[in-house]
Design a protein around this ligand. Structure first.
Ligand code: TRP
Length: 443
């Protein structure tokens, strides 16, 4: 299929989009970040707010973002410019594309450092370092051996950035689908195995209570902001990644059905990861709020005690790496597409430039205390929801209704209106209320 815009092609099958979008959504956010921030923010109440945000904010915005991309068939920055002029409104809406493209670069900076840790863990598992390892040993390895060793982190971070740049440089049509088609089912199977193990040796009752019985006294205002931010992060929305992917989506595919599939898959992966990790955390007396190391400490111990543990550990971390890879591609795709479609710079060079910038961001995370957390806070919890708020307002109030109607033509009258009303009213109110609450304007 061809489009009217030069250099912009379209994917040829419905599955390619689902695979690409699910590949983008399912990543370190589900397996690493969700459990650790849930642990840090007191458990159940945080999970509940996160799930509410997914339903009221995440799904409607995911649909809006996809349709903006598919309708305009451009990278997010050019897409906003085109959509704004089509709706006879100010070009200032391009800010959505600009801020999002920047957010992707910022997120990639720390994301690739964590993906680097995963790469290191593949090697350590293969060497059998975690066989029968005690909690002290694994903790010592994570804290001193790995995150206390900047050179080692730098090497892995560099490798991961190169892996991502290579795929983006080659163009999104190649390579993506296959990796995801094998990775996702296999990762799901491994999570189930891990879950089974965790249930048999871990403290399931305590884990279930922690994750699913909400205690709002343990959820701070900042925790509420983080729950909302994570609902954006985990679905890859609010920055234009999904808009970029939507721009390659064939016209006949149902956006609503696809979006629901992605949300369900993504949520199942996150909850499975949580239910695999927390029974081990409680059984071993690991502090749930111990931070980014939560997965990197609890899981090696589990694998270390399991039959065929070395094999499973190695396979697991390889799959997590692939999941991170298919996500990171979407973090820099908007920036690379924008440069290569609007300048005479080739896709290869554009990918190299963006790769270099994110590499430098990662270097800052590795060598400077605090940068990691600040980048995450700014990009995930502020820029993404702000981008989502602007998208909801734009699609709900500014953009011509008939564009949305046409892109969602498979929906019934009531279904369309349910989505439209949510996007226009509840989504923006939800985001604004969380922002206001988190800075203390609401008590
Ligand atoms: N969703 C991915 C994860 O959970 C991360 C990611 C990829 C992302 N692309 C994104 C986050 C775009 C925000 C925006 O690991």
């Amino acid at each position: 299929m061809t489009t009217d815009h030069k250099k912009h092609i379209s994917w040829n099958s419905r599955w390619t989009f689902i695979m690409a979008a699910a590949g983008s959504a399912i990543g370190l956010g589900n397996i690493w970040k969700f459990p650790y921030i849930t642990g840090e923010n007191g458990g159940g109440a945080f999970v509940l707010v996160y799930l509410l945000c997914i339903a009221i904010i995440g799904l409607p915005v995911l649909m809006a973002e996809t349709l903006m991309g598919r309708h305009s068939r451009r990278n997010p920055i050019s897409a906003m410019s085109r959509l704004a002029s089509e709706s006879d409104t100010s070009k200032a809406w391009v800010v959505i594309g600009l801020m999002g493209t920047l957010a992707g670069i910022l997120i990639m900076s720390f994301y690739s450092v964590v993906a680097g840790w995963v790469m290191d863990y593949i090697v350590e598992s293969a060497r059998g370092s975690f066989v029968m390892a005690t909690q002290n040993q694994v903790t010592a390895y994570f804290e001193s051996g790995l995150t206390g060793n900047p050179k080692l982190q730098l090497a892995w971070h560099t490798a991961f950035v190169l892996m991502t740049v290579a795929v983006v440089a080659a163009g999104v049509t190649k390579g993506l689908g296959n990796a995801v088609r094998f990775m996702m089912p296999l990762l799901a199977i491994l999570l189930v195995i891990l879950l089974g193990y965790s249930i048999s040796v871990g403290n399931v009752a305590e884990a279930a209570r922690f994750l699913f019985s909400p205690d709002f006294s343990r959820l701070s205002a900042e925790g509420v902001l983080k729950a909302m931010g994570h609902s954006f992060f985990t679905l890859s929305i609010g920055m234009g990644a999904i808009m970029a992917y939507g721009s390659y989506m064939p016209a006949k595919v149902s956006i609503a059905r696809t979006a629901i599939t992605i949300v369900l898959l993504d949520t199942v992966f996150a909850l499975m990861a949580g239910m695999a990790i927390f029974p081990l955390v409680f059984a071993h007396g690991i502090e749930p709020g111990s931070g980014p190391g939560l997965m990197f400490i609890s899981l090696p111990m589990a694998f270390g005690g399991m039959p065929f543990g070395t094999f499973f550990a190695c396979l697991f971390f390889i799959l997590v790496l692939i999941a991170a890879w298919t996500s990171s591609i979407s973090l820099i795709e908007p920036a690379v597409a924008w440069i290569s479609e609007n300048t005479r710079i080739s896709r290869y060079i554009s990918a190299g430039i963006i790769g270099l910038i994110t590499w430098l961001g990662g270097v800052a995370c590795i060598y400077r205390e605090g940068v990691f957390g600040q980048l995450d806070m700014l990009a995930s919890n502020i820029m993404l929801p702000l981008g989502g708020l602007l998208m909801a307002i734009f699609v709900g109030w500014i953009m011509k209704r008939k564009i949305a109607k046409k892109e969602l033509e498979d929906l019934s009258y009531n279904q369309f209106n349910l989505w439209y009303a949510t996007l226009r009213v509840f989504t923006p109110i939800g985001i604004v209320v969380v922002f206001a609450y988190s800075v203390g304007l609401l008590k």
